[in-house]
Write a new protein. Structure first.
Length: 508
């Protein structure tokens, strides 16, 4: 994020404004007043607050302000329920990129009026539905803590949360999420994954050895199966993935954009859909049931491709008597590597290109796969189980490795035969190579120091090459990193992805 000091006061004070943001500590410098609402970096900029420019905040009684380090209400965050004269005290000065302001009448008189640090970044007993993994420095969920959303966290990023090297001792992992820990920086070295809570890591292979961590999944603990009442109504639509956010229940009938708006569903906002047994929903990209369309007859926790946040009208209809139970999904397909982006679940069966589109999976859009134990997926480049194929028998975090990334057009999902002699290539889960040279990690760590000082550029390449001893490691001296440095891509915004591709040549 760019560091811009000072606020540009573009809007007059509002008679209905609630919270005042200042560009300097002690409520000094230019200021802007905002009402309750959600403000992305773009929203703040329109109102005169550049990104990373907030230094102090005045919060009237009865309101809560949540400050986020990253745009889109992501990354490290902290809550304020009263004035804060200098966010430096909380490590948040001049790094705020998005903000939410809500009224909290029921919270008047709360002694914990400023909840930065552990109190907000990681409650001692976070709800299982937070969609974030909580890490702790002490066993039994004690000590310093931080909540980590889906993403990769190297040592420098963990230190921003106050978590040092080899200090993680306990994890709380919500259902539907996975935490993979690594004993070296930049997701290198020996690794292990957890899909549930771990009260103490102080014994075993990873005691005092965790240096970086990767979080995948968005959490499903709050996702409830459709109730009988919902099933009777037909279809339920949500404006956030994993059946979260605003929702509306749709009975049989046609719904144009205006009718969806009346139900609280804005245009191009549908992100997830629950479909009861015996029903289907036809999705249209344009209003009045026009334009591109597809039919969905099963639940979809996160629409991908052309239907992601692009639906303007729908038609709900019955398909016959509801079955006793739906086919159980055994495979989840993701739009991005590392189980990220939009996703769709599929049961056992043959799914040609048309069936995939009905499940909101566009042609050539799959990048990673998760499979239930005992099942396999045969993926094809052709639309009708033809052309190049590959057999996947376990989770695969990036199909780049197998030259099938964004190349899948049809899929067969089936139980793994007991005595299978299938000669097709069997994709194994990608594992971290514990024998990778420590020189690679040392080199990347050294380059990151230049990145954090905004000094990773072509003019300083020779100095970096010498100081960081890049010539000792093939991945750092094969021209890939140098090319991106010369192209101006070696910066804070792109660093994580540049590290990933530099350290893993198969992803380039």
């Amino acid at each position: 994020m760019r560091k811009i000091i000072g606020l540009l006061l573009l809007l007059p004070f509002s008679a209905f404004a609630d919270v005042t943001f200042y560009g300097q500590c002690d409520y000094k410098g230019p200021s802007v007043v905002l009402d309750a609402g959600e403000y992305t970096a773009a929203d703040l900029a329109k109102r005169g607050i550049p990104e990373d420019a907030i230094a102090s905040v005045k919060v009237p009684e009865g309101f809560r302000v949540t400050l986020y380090e990253n745009d889109g209400f992501k990354g490290r965050f902290g809550n304020l329920k009263s004035n804060d004269s200098c966010l430096d005290n909380n490590g948040f000065s001049n790094i705020v990129s998005s903000v939410t302001i809500v009224a909290t009448q029921a919270e008047f008189g709360n002694a914990a009026s400023t909840t930065f640090g552990n109190a907000t970044l990681a409650p001692k007993k976070p709800a299982a539905s937070t969609g974030k993994v909580t890490i702790y420095t002490d066993c039994n969920y004690g000590g310093l803590s931080a909540q980590l959303a889906e993403g990769d966290y190297n040592l420098a990023q963990l230190k921003k949360f106050g978590i040092g090297n080899n200090e993680i001792s306990a994890l709380k992992v919500p259902k539907g999420m996975t935490a993979t820990v690594f004993d070296n920086d930049f997701l290198r070295g020996a690794s292990a994954s957890a899909t549930g809570d771990i009260a103490c890591l102080d014994q075993g292979d990873f005691a005092n050895r965790i240096t970086s961590i990767s979080i995948s999944g968005q959490g499903t603990a709050t996702v409830a199966a459709p109730t009988a009442a919902a099933a009777a109504a037909g279809v339920k639509v949500f404006n956030q993935c994993n059946y979260r956010g605003k929702s509306a229940t749709l009975k049989v009938g046609e719904y144009n954009n205006a009718q969806l708006n009346q139900l609280g569903i804005a245009d191009n906002s549908i992100a997830a859909i629950q479909v009861a047994d015996g029903y289907q929903v036809e999705l249209f990209l344009n209003d009045f049931q026009r334009g591109g369309s597809g039919v969905l007859a099963t639940n979809n926790p996160c629409l991908v491709g052309q239907y992601a946040k692009a639906i303007s009208s729908v038609v709900v209809s019955q398909t016959g008597a509801a079955s006793a139970s739906k086919a159980k999904p055994v495979a989840t397909f993701y739009a991005h590597c590392n189980y990220r982006g939009g996703s769709a679940e599929l049961p056992v069966g043959k799914h040609n290109a048309q069936a995939l589109r009905a499940a909101a999976i566009d042609d050539d859009s799959i990048s990673s796969i998760k499979l239930a134990a005992g099942y396999r997926a045969v993926v094809y480049a052709g639309p009708a189980f033809n052309q190049r194929s590959m057999v996947v028998t376990s989770d695969d975090d990036c199909l780049d490795n197998d030259d099938m990334n964004d190349k899948i057009s049809s899929i067969v999902i089936e139980p793994i035969p007991r005595n299978s002699n299938n000669s097709n290539f069997v994709a194994q889960p990608n594992q971290s190579n514990s024998s990778k040279s420590d020189d690679l990690i040392a080199g990347l760590t050294c380059v990151q120091q230049f990145v954090e000082k905004n000094a990773c550029d072509a003019r300083r390449w020779k100095a970096m090459e010498t100081r960081c001893q890049l010539g000792r490691v093939d991945e750092l001296s094969d021209g890939y990193l140098k090319g991106h440095v010369e192209a101006g891509n070696c910066n804070v915004e792109l660093w994580d992805e540049l590290v990933r591709r530099t350290a893993n040549p198969h992803l380039r």
